[in-house]
Ligand binder design. Structure first.
Ligand code: A3P
Length: 342
């Protein structure tokens, strides 16, 4: 559990932000670099830029990831949520925050930070929220354990994460549901930016060519497998749906604060599951009316909650397209031990 400090983790972060420093030269240096990279239209509304192992969505986001790599100093106690967008990031952030901070913030408390700040206010993205040109908090001032998140593939993670022994929580989702969720999400932004929304088949075609945010999907998932000692806890969105309580217990064990046995502990696990459930989180005022400031603009919190189900792809993709995606997945994951979902 986080050490008892007089300043809460959230207050510490706000204090750190107040002393923010910017380094305009570094941002400009990386912006110049990214501008020179190959780029393409992708599944979203932003131009995609090609890095070593895939596509980043948007110049400012890629610059943020590069600044994070250059500036972030990881600690062994850090825990980083690493996910592709639309894979269950919002859910795992909630579960992780609620689990790690369960002693200071009872999961059933009406004033739980998740209910006022939302998951993306409690655990921030390196590239969208922390390493932006406007304000970079002094992360050294944050108490342990620091919780962060990122969408970048493992090859682009801030390098001190690998050397420090920080922990990584990865969530993987069936590529077909991931695609449909991304297509739906991107549609709103394409319309807002006066761009024609993609048909689902056109989106699937781009996806299969790897042109999805932080894609190719398959490289991102395969990149989550590190050679031993692997610092990663690997979850599947579909399995989380089947038994969220078991995942909360595994998460707690992974972060070094396991739940015990007995009714009281079972009740605490259940309270975390309830707090973080789609039904509860999507009904909160912070979700219905709040926005999250990202480097790409303010995003309505409600857009992180669409349907929250497994298998919605069957309502949108033709059987032929679904088979095509499954065939790519089977070929790519052949020797990885990762199963293909269908
Ligand atoms: P759908 O678009 O299929 O509904 P991310 O958080 O990585 O952007 O992923 C968003 C997806 O996770 C969306 O899927 C969203 O509805 C779903 N989601 C968000 N919060 C959830 C929760 N608490 N439980 C289950 N799914 C959730």
């Amino acid at each position: 559990m986080s050490p008892s400090t007089q300043t809460s983790p959230l207050q510490a972060e706000q204090d750190a932000c107040a002393e923010a420093e910017t380094n305009p030269e570094l941002y400009q240096h990386f912006a110049n670099l990214v501008s020179s990279l190959p780029s393409s239209e992708g599944l979203s509304h932003n131009q995609f830029y090609r890095h070593d192992q895939g596509w980043h969505t948007g110049l400012v986001v890629m610059v943020g990831a590069m600044v994070a790599d250059a500036c972030f100093t990881a600690r062994p106690s850090d825990i980083v949520v690493a996910t592709l967008p639309k894979s269950g990031t919002t859910w795992i952030k909630s579960l992780l925050y609620a689990t790690v901070h369960r002693r200071e913030h009872h999961p059933a408390a009406a004033d739980h930070p998740l209910t006022s700040l939302g998951p993306h206010g409690c655990i921030k993205f390196f590239e969208y929220q922390i390493y932006t040109r406007n304000k970079v908090p002094d992360l050294d001032k944050l108490p342990d354990p620091r919780l962060f998140s990122t969408h970048v593939p493992s090859v682009s993670l801030p390098r001190t994460i690998a050397t420090s022994g920080s922990k990584i929580v990865y969530v993987c989702r069936d590529p077909k549901d991931h695609l449909i969720s991304q297509w739906d999400f991107a549609k709103k932004f394409r319309v807002m930016n006066q761009l024609e929304p993609f048909s689902v088949e056109a989106a699937a075609e781009l996806f299969c060519r790897g042109l999805s945010p932080f894609g190719p999907y398959w490289d991102h998932v395969l990149g989550s497998r590190w050679s031993p000692p692997d610092p990663t806890l690997f979850f599947r969105y579909e399995e989380m749906h089947k038994d969220p309580a078991a995942h909360v217990r595994r998460l707690a064990e992974f972060v070094g604060h396991p739940f015990g046995t007995g009714e009281e502990e079972d009740a605490a696990v259940d309270a975390i599951v309830r707090l973080c459930s789609f039904e509860h989180m999507s009904g909160l005022e912070v979700t219905k009316t709040g926005k999250t400031d990202l480097v790409v603009g303010a995003v309505e919190n409600s857009s992180f909650f669409q349907r929250g189900v497994v298998g919605d792809w069957a309502n949108h993709l033709s059987p032929e397209t679904a088979r095509h995606i499954d065939a790519i997945t089977a070929a790519k994951f052949m020797r990885s031990g990762l199963p293909v979902l269908s």
